[in-house]
Write a protein that binds this ligand. Structure first.
Ligand code: SER
Length: 889
């Protein structure tokens, strides 16, 4: 059964039983303590803990998950993968243990031709939390399992949590006995023979801080008893597809096959190669899914994980002997499989592949740069007589050039060296500890949200700012340093929550509104507005006058000018985005944005710089849209409706059931957006693009000024042109020609100067040729030319002197000059000198040695140089000495 079919059946089964099908949340986790979602229940946490009322009593989903804690283990065994999918059914205070067991057992054992998975009941087992007699009774009654096929396990195996404070509970798993070839009878620990594949969590407790699977405290009960189940999709797939492990399922194996075709090596022959194949297949798939959800390679957090995954995959291909760019071959193979369940990947593949291929290109450059450093390290190591590359070198290669240690080890082995891996690992450990300490510090700085929650419980803050700029309201409460406070006085800066507010809280790239909150004898200046928990708008405000108390009637007024400019900037951002896509094509999708009055910037998926004419065209299209005075409107609809409508959503965002779609000029620009906008595009005013740059692999940033700021910007440019035109005494329209002319003349003058200098140098040739020194019968000219003569001229000089000298005696000419602080030397010999067994190449090496460098060349002419000008005279003397030595010896 194909993986996509297993997935489809799951959703169908639970939908038929009253569950709402909920799409997977994006991979990046909204929880600051986690990089990615690691379980199917992640998006439902607020429902479990009672923070939000669930919109449905039952749900089902197939959640995309990424776990990378044990990334190093991937492929070494077949049990680990980084990306996986979790099929789940969830009950929020609705059904509990009995139904959960009933559903799971039915779906697992129902024959395949009736829509089930058709597992053979006789090899199935159940594990329960050790004191859960209720679950045992249910397994006996519902599944008819005898005592010896039910096993009681402890907290480590049968108590589940996300590994961080939050909901948790005892669980019960369905296990399959894969037979004696996988392990000993009743050995539950090893995990290979009795493989658990469906975890039913009876989610009823809340846990606190603490490590491991057992080292935390249970703080109490959740408001309701819930169900969270997780059926590992990849596990079911390999069980039902009759293959040995997850790497061999339909969604993954084709990448291994492709990698094998490319590299010419076979899977299943050598363990080391198998590990590499598995790393490639797993990581390519994970990267595809992560980039699909808007993650881009970077040096921090999720971006770094993605970078590591890509680099490990690329490097593994190289270790398999495939040196060419490999993602271009492998990513499409992975797409072919994954699009069956995730058709959006195909639509988005232009952007996804651009990001991945750009990262590969960058890594290839890294490898090239790192290889030079590596070569130097090898040379130094050998020169010192050692056989081991220092740990610090391996660490530097790893840390600065992204060289994985096993690459360093392998390359060193080719040079007959080993690597001090101990030293390397201890440096890595130090670094990891530093990173951990940083993470801890960061976490501690994370605001405690309980104060906000307390105020949020009193209701949602109504946002009136789409319709009006000032609103009569009431103070619901205030917080001082995160804690609810009864009052605050003049001079204090506190956080204020109102019943309703026209102030826009920073989000979707738009910064917060500015303005005042006024009351009886009360005056507050709003400094920032945020939404720290869903549904709650919090104003950070300074009390300019009066005492602030909950219950007070106030008038909240957004600064009018500010908001007008903010709307211009935000609508301008949409206009630029639409213009980008019109000019560059639909792949140029926004990946982030920021706008404030007068200014906007937008990051978009694109891997090369825009040429000036493309930039102008984008600006032109944007300004034409402004001039057309297109209507701007916002409407609410469901997410599927919005997608149907072609509205663009940001990757990695989680959206509510009802979304707001802002459109400019109908379908020309449709985006999911909560921001404030102008009513007609002409109100954006002027729009001028000021820059375009790279902000990472496959991501470009475009910046623009809008409205009055655009005019100010143009004014500044005009002043600059005026200044130039005054200084150069030229009319502005003639400036480009004038500057080009000046540059041309400067170039010509420099050339002339060079010619004159060379002529001067060469002029010396005649004089020098006339007065050679006699070195044991050899005519020898050793000449230090003036500083600044380049290699080419030096060579000309040497040959010119040689041409003027008598041919009936051997002649050696050595000329030297220090150019830009670096000495260069040329040696020329006539035929007779060579018959006397002199060689220009040998002599130039003698000179170069004194100059701290090297040289070489043919027997008649050779050239060299170095870094140490102080050795110049010595070098010439050494050549003379060597000539004498050679002809007499
Ligand atoms: N949350 C549980 C798990 O991830 C069941 O879905 O195993």
């Amino acid at each position: 059964m194909e993986t996509s079919e297993i997935r489809r059946r799951f959703l169908q089964y639970f939908e038929d039983r009253g569950h709402t099908v909920v799409p997977s949340a994006p991979l990046p986790s909204p929880d600051p303590n986690l990089l990615f979602n690691v379980a199917g229940m992640a998006q439902f946490v607020p429902y479990f803990v009672g923070q939000q009322t669930p919109p449905y009593p039952r749900a089902t989903s197939v959640q995309k998950c990424v776990r990378t804690l044990d990334i190093e283990e991937v492929g070494k065994t077949t049990r680990h993968g980084t990306f996986f999918q979790m099929n789940g059914n969830f009950s929020f205070g609705d059904y509990f243990k009995e139904k959960a067991i009933e559903y799971a057992w039915e779906l697992v054992t129902k024959p395949q031709n009736e829509g089930g998975y058709g597992f053979d009941e006789s090899v199935l087992y159940a594990s329960v939390y050790y004191d859960d007699d209720e679950a045992i009774a249910l397994w006996k009654r519902i599944a008819g399992l005898p005592d010896d096929r039910i096993v009681r396990l402890g907290m480590k195996d049968n108590f589940w949590s996300m590994g961080i404070p939050g909901p948790c509970g005892p669980c019960s798993e369905i296990l399959i006995d894969r037979g004696p070839e996988f392990g000993a009878d009743r050995d539950w620990e090893a995990g290979d023979r009795y493989l658990e594949f469906w975890n039913l969590v009876f989610m009823q407790n809340i846990r606190g801080e603490g490590g491991g699977k057992e080292g935390y405290e249970i703080l109490g009960e959740l408001p309701k008893k819930n169900i969270d189940t997780g059926l590992g999709l990849e596990r079911v797939a390999y069980l039902l597809q009759g293959v040995d492990n997850m790497y061999e399922i339909d969604e993954i194996y084709p990448v291994i096959e492709r990698a094998s075709e490319l590299s010419g090596r076979k899977y299943g022959v050598e363990h080391v190669d198998d590990v590499r194949f598995r790393v490639v297949a797993d990581h390519v798939r994970s990267a595809l899914m992560l980039i699909g959800d808007g993650v881009t390679p970077g040096n921090e957090q999720g971006g770094y994980v993605l970078r590591r995954l890509l680099r490990r995959a690329i490097r593994s291909m190289r270790l398999l002997g495939y040196e060419d760019p490999s993602l271009v071959e492998l990513l499409p193979t992975s797409l072919e499989q994954m699009k069956k369940s995730y058709p959006e990947l195909e639509a988005d593949f232009g952007r996804i592949s651009q990001v991945a291929y750009a990262e590969e290109e960058a890594f290839r450059r890294t490898l090239t740069a790192g290889t030079t450093i590596f070569d130097v390290a090898v040379r130094d190591t050998k020169a010192s007589g050692a056989h081991q590359l220092e740990g610090s070198k391996a660490f530097q290669l790893h840390d600065t050039y992204g060289f994985p240690i096993d690459l360093t080890i392998e390359m060193a082995a080719e040079q007959g060296l080993n690597v001090d891996t101990e030293g390397f690992r201890s440096l890595m450990k130090e670094q990891r500890e530093r990173a951990k300490a940083d993470a801890r510090a960061k976490k501690a700085g994370h605001a405690d949200t309980s104060g906000y929650r307390e105020l949020r419980e009193k209701g949602v803050t109504e946002f009136t700012g789409y319709q009006e700029l000032s609103t009569d309201s009431q103070v619901r409460g205030l917080l001082r340093e995160g804690a609810v406070a009864p009052f605050a006085e003049q001079g204090e800066t506190v956080e204020v929550v109102l019943e309703k507010t026209p102030f826009y809280a920073e989000s979707g790239g738009q910064i917060a509104d500015e303005g005042l909150i006024l009351g009886d004898g009360l005056r507050l200046k709003v400094l920032d507005v945020q939404r720290p928990v869903k549904g709650l708008i919090v104003h950070k405000a300074e009390i300019l006058e009066g005492v602030l108390r909950p219950g007070e009637n106030v008038h909240a007024a957004v600064d009018h000018e500010w908001r007008v400019s903010a709307c211009q900037a935000h609508s301008g951002t949409h206009v630029v985005h639409a213009a980008l896509r019109q000019v560059l094509g639909p792949n140029a999708l926004q990946s982030g944005s920021y706008n404030k009055p007068g200014y906007l910037r937008l990051d978009f998926a694109w891997s090369s710089a825009l040429d000036p004419s493309t930039r102008s065209e984008i600006e032109e299209v944007a300004n034409l849209a402004v001039r057309k005075d297109l209507p701007v409107s916002a409407q609410y609809m469901t997410l599927p409706e919005a997608r149907e409508w072609g509205a663009l959503a940001l990757f990695g965002e989680t959206y509510d059931e009802q979304v707001r779609v802002v459109e400019i000029g109908g379908p020309w620009s449709r985006e999911l957006c909560g921001g404030t906008h102008v009513k007609h595009s002409s109100q954006v005013g002027a729009l001028t693009v000021t820059g375009e740059s790279s902000v990472g692999a496959g991501v470009r940033r475009i910046e623009a000024f809008v409205g009055l700021e655009a005019l100010h910007y143009l004014g500044r440019e005009r002043a600059l042109v005026r200044l130039l035109s005054e200084n150069l005494k030229t009319r502005p329209e003639e400036l480009p020609a004038k500057v080009a002319d000046l540059a041309e003349r400067l170039r010509a003058a420099e050339k002339e100067l060079e010619r004159v200098r060379a002529a001067q140098v060469l002029e010396a040739a005649g004089e020098l040729a006339k007065n050679p020194k006699d070195v044991f019968g050899v005519q020898y000219v050793g000449h230090r030319a003036p500083d600044g003569v380049n290699g080419g001229d030096l060579r000309k000089l040497a040959l010119d002197i040689r041409g003027r000298m008598a041919n009936d005696k051997p002649a050696v000419i050595a000329v030297l000059s220090v150019n830009d602080g670096k000495p260069g030397v040329v040696i020329a010999l006539n035929d007779l000198a060579r018959e006397w067994r002199l060689k220009a190449g040998d002599l130039v090496r003698v000179a170069a040695e004194k100059l701290g460098g090297r040289g070489g060349g043919k027997d008649d002419v050779a050239q060299g140089g170095g870094t140490d000008p102080a050795g110049a005279d010595e070098a010439l003397a050494a050549v003379e000495h060597t000539v004498g030595h050679l002809v007499t010896g």
